[in-house]
Design a protein around this ligand. Structure first.
Ligand SMILES: [Zn+2]
Length: 69
């Protein structure tokens, strides 16, 4: 059940569901880190899986990664 994601669909998703912007222009799979621009102006890298499923939609400054211990 793999939904087919393309870079334009991801771009659309990013625009609709976050304040960040997608800078990457190619999508090679869910293990690839995509480059985003946060609303604060910083760039950050994240896989689309984390961005979408874990709601990590901002840079590490605006949304510090949760440490699981
Ligand atoms: Zn930020």
């Amino acid at each position: 059940m793999n939904k087919r994601w393309t870079i334009s669909k991801i771009n659309e998703f990013v625009e609709k569901n976050s304040e960040s912007k997608l800078l990457s222009t190619e999508f090679h799979g869910f293990s690839q880190k995509l480059l985003f621009k946060c609303a604060c102006g910083s760039n950050f890298e994240k896989t689309f899986t984390k961005f979408k499923n874990n709601h990590q939609r901002k840079c590490d400054v605006c949304q510090p990664p949760k440490e699981s211990r």
